[in-house]
Design a protein around this ligand. Structure first.
Ligand code: HEM
Length: 506
């Protein structure tokens, strides 16, 4: 046989030509374009809904282990694709982000301007682009986030003061509830300019809105069931939205009346900022969309939904891991003692110097991303990814929980809380490293990332710095229940209780 370089070259060329021709033939016959990604066989009507279980991120990881990192499902009558590896996430959220940047439209949304005129659930297009730009430029910019530093200091100060009282009495505190309250107060003051309302149960209404939005509604997947409203979801959704609307109308009216009395010291909240832009184009380059009251209400509700549970849930998980890993807590407290010292509380200006804190937060977000399946996306056109056909209007679910626990990415100790894995590896949470995506990535990535990260780090650092923490009633760290509850976000199923002892010298 002739193994001369020329013969090898010719045979390589011939093979390449042959496979190119075969590929063209398959593509033109439509066979490859129609081949969906592998996935479990669907049942009539419900498709694969029965496989989701009560913690879908976990069930989907098991299924992906069998069918691969780009897996096809049918959720009721809706085609879906589940993405479960960094490479696949890079294809859907990076390379082909423009195709997958829309959100599925739920039919209620057609009646509800809150869903079509906001940001989170609004379809991709010029309106969404304008609103997104408005939010990133005017509400969530670095300068705006900084402008609320004083308010955050007050709220964190109140949290610490309340914990000091429990510390003096050597009482166990419901840390989950305390943190949740503090974060809700921060969000309400920043967005609405107040954390309570004399007339309405402000936080109760917002919490109910989040609860109803997180409820699984079969009719979202089997649309012909919608008119029957078997679960009563549609009725509940409309009732909650009426309460939200009444509340926001009143708060906006109060702002309009108060504007005349503002002095130069007045801290503008998000409603003030949006009211000052009323009747102007949302984006000066897209004059078609003018800001009116419905836009303001929809944007405000999305800012609240985006910030309400996310930061507190992230803190809750990170703190639970610190309680389960006393050496890590000790290491973090050592860093705080060195950089901040025991004679004062942590300031926001300290945060960039706290490298170990940064690793603790990343590691916690790797193991416990609060939105484990991101917010679902929808494909805007037919696409072929890795030779698989993804039909237009497929729901795209990115399982960042599975990616964060993939041993082929994070090594065998993937289930363990080891912040040190981030030493010198350059991975951050900003959406460029597809192995760690707690804030998503691409066009629909979280616009509140800067604020969210700041809040999480500030509160976590303050809790670890100001107090020594023990578990109640001789509980061992390994006894801490880490069960999850699935909804719009995934918080702890049960609250974390702990006993603080004040440790600062002031
Ligand atoms: C620790 C805190 C937070 C976490 C972990 C978080 C996480 C996320 C995630 C995973 C998404 C979906 C991204 C995607 O689909 O690719 C998202 C979207 C979003 N987040 Fe956040 N978020 C946080 C804080 C905030 C804050 C403070 C705000 C605003 C005040 C906010 C506003 C939004 C909005 C408006 C969207 C929808 C963006 C769009 O569809 O264009 N988030 N967030």
């Amino acid at each position: 046989m002739d193994f001369s370089p020329l013969a090898i070259l010719l045979s390589l060329l011939f093979t390449a030509l042959l496979s190119f021709a075969a590929r063209r033939l398959l593509l033109s016959s439509g066979w490859s374009r129609r081949r969906l990604p592998p996935g479990p066989p669907p049942l009539p009507i419900i498709g694969n809904l029965h496989l989701l279980g009560h913690l879908p991120h976990r069930s989907l990881r098991s299924l992906s282990a069998q069918y691969g990192p780009i897996m096809s499902l049918r959720l009721g009558l809706v085609p879906a694709v589940v993405v479960s590896s960094p490479e696949a996430a890079g294809l859907f959220l990076g390379t082909h982000d423009a195709i997958f940047a829309s959100r599925p439209r739920i039919p209620e949304a057609e009646l509800d301007f809150y869903t079509t005129k906001g940001l989170v659930f609004t379809e991709y297009g010029p309106y969404w682009r304008s609103v997104r730009k408005l939010c990133t430029t005017h509400l969530l910019s670095a300068a705006r986030v900084r402008s609320f530093e004083g308010m955050r200091r007050e709220e964190v100060g109140s949290l610490v003061a309340s914990l000091r009282e429990s510390a003096a009495a050597h009482e166990a505190v419901d840390l989950s509830a305390q943190v949740e309250r503090a974060m809700e107060d921060m969000a309400c003051r920043m967005i609405l300019g107040r954390s309570t309302d004399g007339e309405h149960d402000l936080k109760g209404i917002i919490q109910e809105n989040a609860r109803v939005a997180g409820v699984f509604n079969l009719a979202d997947y089997v649309p012909f069931l919608r008119p029957l409203d078997l679960q009563g979801s549609s009725r509940q959704f409309k009732a909650v939205r009426r309460s939200v609307d009444k509340l926001l109308e009143k708060i906006i009216d109060d702002h309009v009346q108060d504007t005349a009395h503002y002095d130069s010291e007045h801290q503008q909240d998000f409603i003030d900022i949006l009211l000052s832009m009323m009747n102007q184009p949302i984006d000066p380059r897209e004059e078609k969309y003018i800001i009116d009251r419905t836009n303001i209400k929809a944007i405000i509700l999305d800012m609240i939904s985006g910030s309400f549970e996310t930061a507190s849930t992230s803190i809750d998980w990170a703190f639970s891991e610190l309680m389960r890993n006393p050496q890590t807590m000790a290491h973090l407290q050592e860093e705080l003692e060195t950089i901040v010292g025991l004679t004062r509380m942590v300031e926001e200006s300290d945060l960039p110097k706290l490298n170990y804190l940064d690793m603790v937060v990343k590691e916690s977000m790797r193991l416990h991303p609060v939105v484990p399946l991101l917010v679902p996306r929808e494909s805007m056109e037919d696409a072929v990814i890795n030779e698989c056909f993804i039909p237009k209007k497929s729901r795209i679910i990115v399982n960042i929980w599975a990616i964060g626990r993939d041993p082929s990415v994070w090594s065998e100790n993937t289930e363990k809380f080891v912040p040190e894995r981030f030493v010198d590896n350059g991975i951050d949470v900003k959406g460029h490293h597809f192995e760690l995506l707690p804030f998503g990535s691409g066009r629909r990535g979280c616009p509140g990332i800067q604020l969210g990260l700041l809040q999480v780090k500030l509160v976590l650092a303050q809790l670890a710095h100001c107090f020594k923490w023990e578990l109640p009633k001789d509980m061992a760290p390994s006894d801490i229940d880490m069960s999850e509850r699935f909804g719009l976000s995934v918080p702890r199923a049960n609250h974390l209780l702990a006993v603080p002892t004040y440790r600062l010298l002031v």
